[in-house]
Design a protein around this ligand. Structure first.
Ligand code: NAX
Length: 327
């Protein structure tokens, strides 16, 4: 039998946490033969709720679940973890300035970066879900210099999956037959969902849809605004789809992407596609042997270029704002 993998979920008493931890314990993130030990972190006001989640995990009697650590202590939470899913953060509340929210998250991610750097297992893979996801990941990278930058990523897989879903609905083709959409840039409404290289049942999506106006307009805004549409409908933000996509992100990263398929991940830019180096930016990637590689050489038209640059610009501004919170 395999040794258990330790998976940290921060913000585990929250909505996404509640959807995510049973998926991990059922083997959806790391595979049906991979035992796991869950480390769950939250803050003291949520300690009792967190303990309730732990009780439910015990009650569910998951065969793969070999242990549960539920704590409000960052060091205990981070010790020995192989995978860290960072869902905890400070949400924007009505009337709050952008800078105030940024400042709260910068201090959370700075502290958690230091704890991961000191106490996580070597080669720990980190996925930041909490918003502003790209910039939180960047702060985490800055304050955990000994963690390789390749190990620090943020979630744009939900946006990617949303794009697959919209194409599937429009063409009435199974979502499993749609692939190679791309989310470029920020996990925010400036993201650019790109279908120029996407296929459905092996054929180019643009040829099948035959409606460039929809693809360049409503399709893009629907994906960009999907989070808001879910909030309007549910009066709560997306949780099951976010949790499921976080599992997809880690599973593909660890176990590899299928041949001929790429996925979107927020990763540290090396300047590919003329995206400024030093931002955490969502790119198309393939994964093999536990490492992601940016898909190279895709032709980029003028329409795409503008949208890719605009979302990069927003990320540069976020980065500047985050740094201004450090001083
Ligand atoms: P909830 O407010 O339900 O849960 C957040 C949890 O984090 C709470 O239990 C809170 O006590 C905890 N927390 C706060 N500060 C913490 C800290 N310093 N250490 C540990 N835990 C802490 O939010 P939920 O709906 O679960 O969303 C979580 C985050 O995901 C939010 O930042 C949200 O904006 C972000 N999202 C990101 C998505 C993505 O695709 N990247 C999509 C879904 C989601 O909106």
């Amino acid at each position: 039998a395999k040794d258990p993998v330790r998976v940290l979920v921060t913000g585990a008493a929250g909505q996404i946490g509640y959807a995510l931890v049973p998926m991990i314990a059922r083997g959806i993130m790391l595979g049906p033969d991979q035992p796991v030990i869950l480390h769950m972190l939250d803050i003291p006001p949520a300690a009792e709720a967190l303990n309730g989640v732990k009780m439910e995990l015990v009650d569910a009697a998951f065969p793969l679940l070999k242990g549960v650590v539920a704590t409000t202590d960052v060091v205990e939470a981070c010790t020995g973890v192989n995978v860290a899913v960072m869902v905890g953060g400070f949400p924007r509340k009505e009337g709050m300035e952008r800078k105030d929210v940024m400042s709260k998250n910068v201090s959370i991610y700075k502290a958690q970066a230091s704890a991961l750097e000191k106490y996580a297992a070597a080669n720990c893979k980190v996925l930041v879900v909490a918003n502003p996801a790209n910039t939180n990941a960047l702060i985490l990278k800055e304050f955990a210099p000994s963690i390789p930058e390749k190990n620090i990523t943020c979630l744009t897989r939900l946006d990617h999956n949303r794009a697959l879903g919209q194409i599937s609905e429009r063409l009435n083709i199974q979502v499993s037959d749609v692939k190679n959409v791309i989310i470029w840039g920020n996990h925010s409404s400036s993201q650019y969902p790109d279908v120029n290289h996407a296929t459905a049942a092996g054929k180019p999506v643009r040829e099948l849809v035959k409606d460039d106006e929809w693809l360049n307009g409503e399709f893009i805004t629907t994906v960009q605004q999907r989070g808001a549409a879910i909030i309007k409908a549910r009066r709560l933000s997306s949780a099951l789809s976010a949790a499921s996509s976080a599992c997809d992100h880690i599973r593909d990263w660890v176990l590899g992407t299928p041949e001929g398929t790429w996925v979107s991940m927020g990763v540290y830019s090396d300047g590919s596609y003329n995206v400024p180096a030093g931002l955490i930016y969502s790119f198309p990637v393939t994964c093999k042997n536990g490492e992601w590689t940016i898909v190279q050489g895709l032709p980029i038209d003028e329409f795409s270029r503008k949208k890719m640059d605009a979302t990069a610009e927003e990320l540069s501004e976020e980065k500047a704002l985050a740094y201004s919170c450090l001083s």
